[in-house]
Design a protein around this ligand. Structure first.
Ligand code: NAD
Length: 415
């Protein structure tokens, strides 16, 4: 089987965890299939007058526990198998943190770096026009993902509200705070990751101030985790973005690195750091590896060279099932994506609640609620893994599958 097929990988994870589930295993079969797959074409008049046609997807995996929820990715490598996998992981993630959402994901095959801001806006609006009937505050709620951001979400809210002739902020989360976005949503994915990592280190008696970290990806998830862990006293020794990888054994300041990236388009060639090969990032001598870019970054080829003892999966699906087995044998502990990056969807849930109630919370309230949910999820999973003698990934999947299957059983299998 192709190690890079993200959906096959997600199904393998589902199957390997289902033996630990406490629900009717028959129901797990349902989770192997998305409930709905929507494929659309989006014609776009480019600024030079030429017409280009883009393909977009929205995959709605499961809504037994609540409306579908999931981000939208703009990337040239988007494909249906990837969007299906990401939608399945969203169902699991929402169940892991026990928020009342199902799972979905969207994607458009496009390299937004080759489009002007005006073209990206019209592509976003075109995508929403085409999927309009399938989304909504009680149907399917969108959010940011790779190469989409708060500005993209504002266009989505505006386009949806325009077509529905109703102000509808709750159709999308991750909006700018000026457009009813939640305080704390921009840093939520990394903040949630930090909470579970710090809690995990406590269980091992490790002090974060003595640990070194290498991070792949320097966008929303990667930059913010670098900054938060740097503030906690960890040493950030390496950072990679899509153009280059930098290393400094005495530590990189993430704020300075972001300043450099904003000015030069990449962290590549940042002063006071040395350039290393991208593939060398994963074999560095460090304590914690954080993949925060795309799927399949760690596969059977590079897994055997990994020296770090802890992997915090901020990206979705960064470790293939083959690599997972190698790392388990090597004694590398993985904090799995459906737990590690679930802070993002948790604060998205808070944003949706605030939009629907028309009542807005302080950053302190958001942060306290996020911490409470992340620690509860971590401890449930950690206890389950100890009890069943399984990995944190198997425990997280098993708890999520059980919750979804119980909701399905109560509603009926056609839900
Ligand atoms: P982003 O677009 O803000 O950043 C992506 C980063 O990855 C960029 O710095 C890019 O240069 C880098 N990158 C891409 N390919 C790379 C490669 N081959 N090597 C090194 N770096 C590479 O995206 P994001 O929102 O930070 O998402 C990153 C990951 O986190 C994705 O897997 C996404 O699904 C996941 N995630 C994001 C959120 C969120 O709230 N943004 C929530 C949960 C999970």
């Amino acid at each position: 089987m192709d190690e890079t097929n993200a959906f096959d990988n997600a199904i393998k994870q589902l199957e390997s965890a289902s033996k630990f589930c406490t629900c009717d295993r028959n129901l797990v079969e349902i989770l192997k299939y998305p409930q709905k797959i929507i494929e659309v074409t989006i014609p776009l008049q480019m600024d030079n007058g030429k017409i280009k046609v883009f393909t977009g997807y929205r995959v709605q995996h499961n809504n037994a526990r609540g409306p579908y929820k999931g981000g939208v990715r703009f990337h040239p490598a988007v494909n249906l198998e990837e969007v299906k996998a990401l939608s399945l992981w969203m169902s699991m993630k929402c169940a892991v943190v026990n928020i009342p959402f199902g799972g979905a994901k969207g994607g458009v095959i496009v390299d937004p770096k080759k489009l002007t801001a005006h073209e990206i806006e019209h592509l976003t609006r075109g995508y929403i026009d085409k999927i309009f009937e399938f989304i909504g505050p009680m149907k399917d709620i969108l959010a940011p993902d790779v190469n989409t951001n708060a500005q993209t979400m504002a266009w989505i809210m505006d386009e949806y509200s325009h077509i529905s002739r109703e102000h509808s902020p709750a159709v999308v989360t991750g909006k700018p705070v000026d457009n009813e976005g939640s305080l704390g949503r921009d840093t939520a994915t990394a903040m949630g990751g930090k909470y579970v990592l710090v809690e995990y280190l406590k269980t091992k008696g490790l002090d974060i101030q003595l640990l070194s970290v290498a991070i792949q990806g320097f966008g929303n998830a990667g930059y913010n985790i670098a900054k938060l862990l740097h503030e906690e006293g960890a040493l950030i020794v390496a950072i990679a973005d899509s153009k280059g990888t930098i290393y400094n054994e005495t530590g990189i300041d993430p704020t300075a690195a972001m300043k450099f990236k904003l000015k030069h388009g990449s962290i590549k060639n940042m002063p006071e750091s040395i350039e290393i090969k991208t593939e060398d990032l994963f074999s560095l001598n460090c304590d914690i590896l954080i993949p925060a870019a795309l799927e399949n970054a760690i596969d059977h080829k590079n897994a055997k060279n990994i020296k770090a003892k802890i992997i915090l999966e901020l990206a979705n699906g960064p470790v293939t099932p083959e690599a997972d087995l190698i790392l388990k044998d090597k004694g590398v502990n993985i904090i799995p994506d459906i737990l590690a990056n679930s802070g993002g969807v948790t604060v998205s849930y808070f944003e949706w609640v605030q939009n629907l109630s028309r009542d807005y919370w302080t950053l302190e309230v958001v942060d306290n609620k996020l911490k409470e949910i992340m620690l509860k999820a971590f401890n449930d999973i950690h206890d389950f893994a100890n009890l069943k003698k399984c990995t944190l990934r198997e425990a997280a999947f098993a708890l999520a599958i059980t919750r979804i299957c119980l909701a399905t059983k109560n509603r009926g299998i056609l839900s």
